[in-house]
Ligand binder design. Structure first.
Ligand SMILES: N[C@@H](CCC[C@H](N)C(=O)O)C(=O)O
Length: 282
């Protein structure tokens, strides 16, 4: 299988160009290639596929083999790959995802090479049933609601960017025990399809620092849908403006929850290397 390793702010995936390659059983392939000791090493697997509705289609699989509806860092890399490898020749691209069809703009740097990608991430979904979360009322919003975990009460704000996010504001995110609380919240009975969890420290009304516990992957260096959810959660809690800079462990993302209701995310997309792997040997 030919592949390309790419990352967005350190959130790294193995990308396969399915205009040329076929991947049977992507769930198992994701588990194998993601392994950082016995595989290629990544947070998961992303398939770049033909679409009958958009320029390209993305399917993404976490390192545990589960499929997610959406990946914010991944979709920027898909757009850059599609442009750099001649799948598309325009700088505005549409992409089919499990969260709908998204529009992306490729932003060149001074040297003319694609440096950043701006994504219209769609309209954030806030209703309990849309996250999805158990309980009533199905159309209620979860903004700063108490959740008890191991004798600690967290105030959670939940947002779906096509995939589920639970945002928690903390005083000191560097010392926060992400590995202890992340999996307990990810697998809490409130979230029937599990959830991604963002732990966030407010730096100012326009700047935050985020660490992410990802559903199906553990702590990662960045999460684009998570950063988008944080932008929404900050505004809903009146902690931040609707336009923020988010410092993630592997890099920065710019987010804006615009007056048109859409969430715009801008950030880097980087190709690292390409190779070929014999899956039968893994
Ligand atoms: N890192 C991604 C999100 C990947 C999927 C997530 N773990 C899930 O299961 O929903 C991003 O950049 O958005």
């Amino acid at each position: 299988m030919k592949f390309t390793k790419m990352h967005g702010a350190g959130n790294d995936y193995v990308y396969v160009n399915c205009f040329e390659e076929r991947v049977d059983n992507p769930e198992q392939v994701a588990i194998k290639v993601s392994n950082r000791n016995f595989g290629i090493g990544s947070d998961g697997l992303i398939l770049i596929m033909p679409s009958d509705k958009a320029d390209v289609r993305m399917r993404m699989f976490n390192s545990d083999g589960s499929e997610s509806e959406m990946c914010g860092n991944g979709i920027r890399c898909v757009a850059k790959y599609a442009y750099d490898h001649g799948i598309v020749s325009k700088k505005e691209i549409t992409a089919e995802t499990g969260a709908g069809i998204l529009t992306l703009q490729l932003v060149p740097g001074a040297d003319g090479k694609i440096e950043k990608v701006r994504v219209n991430m769609g309209v954030p979904r806030l209703k309990r049933a849309e996250i999805p979360m158990a309980g009533e009322p199905a159309d209620g919003q979860i903004v700063s609601q108490p959740l008890n975990i191991l004798h600690t009460t967290f105030n959670i704000t939940c947002v779906s960017m096509g995939n589920p996010h639970c945002v928690i504001f903390v005083d000191d995110v560097e010392s926060f025990q992400v590995e202890k609380y992340g999996p307990l919240i990810e697998n809490h009975e409130l979230f029937p399809r599990r959830t991604n969890v963002e732990f966030v420290q407010i730096i100012s009304r326009t700047e935050v620092r985020q660490r992410t516990w990802e559903r199906g992957a553990g702590e990662t260096l960045a999460c684009g849908t998570g950063a988008s959810a944080v932008c929404v959660a900050g505004a809903l809690n009146c902690l931040t403006e609707k336009k923020i800079l988010n410092h993630l462990s592997g890099g920065d993302l710019e987010l804006e929850w615009a007056d048109d209701g859409f969430l715009y995310m801008t950030g880097p997309a980087t190709e690292v290397f390409s190779g070929e792997i014999d899956l039968a040997k893994l």
